[in-house]
Every structure is written in C-alpha cells, then in structure tokens.
Design a protein around this ligand. Sequence first.
Ligand SMILES: CC(=O)SCCNC(=O)CCNC(=O)[C@H](O)C(C)(C)COP(=O)(O)OP(=O)(O)OC[C@H]1O[C@@H](n2cnc3c(N)ncnc32)[C@H](O)[C@@H]1OP(=O)(O)O
Ligand SMILES: CC(C)C(=O)C(=O)O
Length: 557
Amino acid sequence: MTSRFDHRKYRAFPVIRKTDRRWPDQTISSAPQWCSVDLRDGNQALIEPMTVAQKQRMWALLVKMGFKEIEVGFPAASQPDFDFVRWLIEENQIPEDVTIQVLVQARDELIERTYESLIGARRAVVHVYNSTSPVQRNKVFGLSQQGIIDIAVKGARKVADEARKYPATEWVFQYSPESFSSTEVQFATEVCNAVIDVWQPTPDNKAIINLPATVESAMPNVFADQVEWFCDNVNRRDSVTISIHTHNDRGCGVAAAEMAILAGADRIEGTLLGNGERTGNMDIITMAMNLYSQGIDPELDISIADDIIATVEACTNIKTHPRHPWVGELVYTAFSGSHQDAIRKCLAQQSDDEPWDVAYLPIDPQDLGRNYQSVIRVNSQSGKGGASYLLEQALGVTFPRWMQIEIAQPIQKESERREGELNTQDILNVFRTTFMNSDGRYSLAGYQVDKHGSQYHIQASVNDGSQMMLVHGNGNGAISAFADAMHKATGLDAQIVQFDEQAVAEGSDASAMAFVQASIRGSRYTAVSQDGDTLTASLTAILSAINKAMIDSQAVA
Ligand SMILES: CC(=O)SCCNC(=O)CCNC(=O)[C@H](O)C(C)(C)COP(=O)(O)OP(=O)(O)OC[C@H]1O[C@@H](n2cnc3c(N)ncnc32)[C@H](O)[C@@H]1OP(=O)(O)O
Ligand SMILES: CC(C)C(=O)C(=O)O
C-alpha cells in the first residue's frame, strides 16, 4: 500500500554555489528602514478584508508606532482600497514624515487607476510587480524569460510615464520580482536591471527593489546567499534601496529577513504579529524586538504592546497566540518552580543602572507594559519561589527562607486539588487560612514587658474562652519570656524553632508581620501574625501556634 504522506513527491531546493560568502560575518547594528504592509498584504489574506473603519484604526496605530513607510493598499483592485487612499490624502491624514505606498500589477490600466488614487499626495511609493519564477513563467504566464522581462519593462515605463503627468507629487518607484527567492538569481537580477535601466535612479533619487520570498521555500541562509548575490550584481547599487519581503511558510520569515540584512539589504517589509498570506508575512514586532533585546533601537514604539495586539485583533479578527514571540500573553509567565526561583532571585539582584541580566526573562517585561505579577503564575508545577513571590508582592513583606518552604506545601496541595492554576487571591486565601488563622482557645488581651539586665519578664492577659488568665514568664527575650509564661500557665511547652519579624511595606494598615515556628509536643506548628506593633504581632503568632497544637491534640483525643 502506498502512503499518502510521501516525501518523494518533493525536490530539494537548489543551493547557490557561492565562494565569496560574507554575510555570516556581519552583524546588525541599527534598525532597517521599515515598511508595514498590514493594510495591503495583511489585508488581502483576511477572510473578511478590513472595513474602512478598521483600516483607519490600523493606520492610526502604524503612525503612532513610528512607521515612516506604509503600504496602504492596492487601489486599482477595489473601490474600498481606492477610497481609503483618497481619504488619507483628502483628509490630510498623512504626517509630513510618513510616505504611503501602493501596489499594482504591471498592467497599464491598473497603473493609470493607481495614479488617479494618488492625486494630491505629497509623496508616494508606486510599487509595481510581476512574477519571475520558473513555475510562474511556465505554468501561469506561459512566457519565456524574455516575455517576463518585457512585462516588467513595460510596467516600469508605464509607472514612469504616469508619474510625469502628476509632477506635484514626489514619486518613488518600487519594483518587486515576485517569487524572487524561487527564481534563478541571475534571471531575477537581469529583470531588475532592466527595470533599473528604465527608471535610471540616482543616489539622490533612489528606486526601491523589493526582493520577496513570496513563498518561503528554503532555509534562511539560502535566502541570504541569494540576497548577497543580488546586491553584488545589481546595477547602480548606490541608487537602489534593497528591500526584503519575506513570508513565513517554513516558520523562518524573521530569520530570513535578519539574514538578508546581514547580506546587504536596507529595508524590511512585514506586518504586525505576522498576519499575511498562508502562514503570514514576516513579523515586524518580532524582528524589532529581536533588535531591541540586543541593545539596538528598533525605531518603532513597541512599548504599547497591548494596544498593538488589541488593534491587530480588532482589525484582522485573528487572535494572538499566547506564546507569540515577545508579546504573547504568556511569554513572561513562569509556572515551573525552578524558573520562578531563578527569576525571583535575579529580580532581587537586578539594579536599574546595570544591563538587564535575569534568567528566563530575555527582556524586562515592564518595557512592554507587563507587570511582574503576570510573570510568575502558580500551578502544581510551581515550587516555593512562585507562591512566595506573589504573596510578597501582595503583602509587602519578604519571607524568610524557612517560611517560603512552609508556604510551598499547602499551595501545592491546593493546586493539585483544583487541578489548575491558583491566582494571587487564591494563594492569599490558602496562606491566611493555613498560617494566619488565630482561631482557637487563647487570644491575647494585653501585656507588659520589663527588662532586668539581660533578662526579660512578661506579664500578659490571655483570654481563655470566657475567662481571663494572667500569665508570667521570664526569658532572654520577650518572645521566650512569653513562651515560658504560656508553658507555666497551660503546661504546653512551645519551643521556638524559627522566628522572624518583618516591617510591612507602606500601604498596609498593619506595619509588622511575625513568623513563628514552634515545636510543641513533638510537632512543629507555623503561624503568622500581623499587627501595628511588632511585639504584639510576635506574641499573637506564638498564641496561634499554641492554638493549633491544642486543636491537634483535641483531634487526636
Ligand atoms: C504575492 C502577492 O501578494 S501579489 C499581490 C496580490 N494581491 C492581489 O491580487 C489583490 C488584489 N487583486 C485583485 O483584486 C485582482 O487581481 C485585480 C482586480 C487587480 C485584477 O484582477 P483580474 O483583472 O481579474 O486579473 P488577475 O489578478 O486574476 O490576473 C490575471 C491576469 O493578470 C496577469 N497578471 C497577474 N499578475 C500580473 C502582474 N503582476 N503583472 C502583469 N500581469 C499580471 C495574469 O497573467 C493574468 O493574465 P491573463 O488574464 O491574460 O491570463
Ligand atoms: C507583491 C509582493 C511584494 C508580495 O506581496 C509577495 O511577493 O509576497
């Protein structure tokens, strides 16, 4: 039986034999010239293309983010695209430093209509394309290489001729050999050189040659080889901006764009969050954040990440994956214990004036408007670090290490019981019921402490149900004196195994928190108490531990 999943159906992508490869030794040190194609390539991939209102909203976002070149549509293709371009121009929506770009096939009537849409524009890029790859030549156009060159040259001439009719606008010409990466690189260069011959660009009046991986068909290093070869062989290199337009069919759209920059490209076309045909265009957010995380100014404002996501989702009706690189909802969230522990320790040591250096967090989530609360989330995979971190944030204290260990177990139990995540409120509830519940036989009514030399004496009033007990004790501190007093009064010997007290950060009504672990009748009891007064918090915590022991012994009896 033959398998329907048969790799023999496919051929390996031919590699370029290159002996002068230089791009692997290059680095990226500045942002490329960005061009958003959300309103064109992104839009043409949607089940329901954007309405005018959605296009306007997307446009506003792109301008706000700092894009200086924006492909706004294919105005010869549809009335809504034409009208949107007219709206931009007639309603003066285009800032001085922003240039709109429009796409058109290399067909005379479409080019004429395109220029009509642009009447009155201060500056515009007219982007003309035709496909050049063997499959397109042979099966779609049924043309020889010369036939393809003729389409490109005719289109380029028409673009230049129409531009002359509208001298009030500053025109920039852009040509794409569509399916460049699937075209023999020598032929793609020949077509582009023919277009360049028509346009005669100069260093002061550059043309844009845009090299698309229309369908990503090879590894990104192969694409980089193609781009480097092209840059070495294209005519008038100093008069041409080399632009890159990658798609993400193999999941390497961003990598291919980055390597293309290493190979000599100047400009990147892409979309926000990678919307676009099939698996999408290369994602500008990812590439820009890749730069940012290496200390390079991406020259785009991505600090408004949540605004970007909300707008893209509203305009495309496509949800953002929670693990989308850099900006997904879960990408700065650690559930697992060892990650939480490392993050917590690193954050505690990170100072503002040092380079960012936090395990598991390649950037500071706060740069994107995310808070640390969402960084650490607790489920049954979490250890002591996560729950403690959230409690510390909520309560404004730092737990001693022994207390962190104590906290972990009831939290783990609760998340196992619920078979899911615990939020901060759930964790607080577990913490309060387990450690801060002072219900029980005894409660503190008042006390007085005296010091004689190194010895402390305490006299305390303790409610015991309906009666009031007056207890006395001595010790080398007020805490041990109180334990001694309770021992004498009740016979319960509470040995203090762990004790810590912490000032509570401002904003809480109680200023001190005390943590006590006492060994009573061979078992350890942990209690926490909070009060405006440090000593009261400590004594209440001891009473709580004793109450727990009493409840336990009643349960046993
Ligand atoms: C890779 C990309 O993203 S490229 C951009 C693709 N985007 C779009 O196509 C969205 C908007 N396009 C449209 O709405 C339509 O294509 C229109 C309105 C522009 C044109 O529609 P139609 O006139 O029906 O032509 P269609 O697009 O189907 O193209 C078919 C014809 O144009 C020719 N053609 C296609 N692309 C090009 C091109 N870039 N340059 C010159 N001719 C072209 C084809 O060979 C074919 O010719 P034939 O009819 O003689 O066989
Ligand atoms: C028109 C070109 C640039 C394009 O969108 C592509 O090839 O993907």
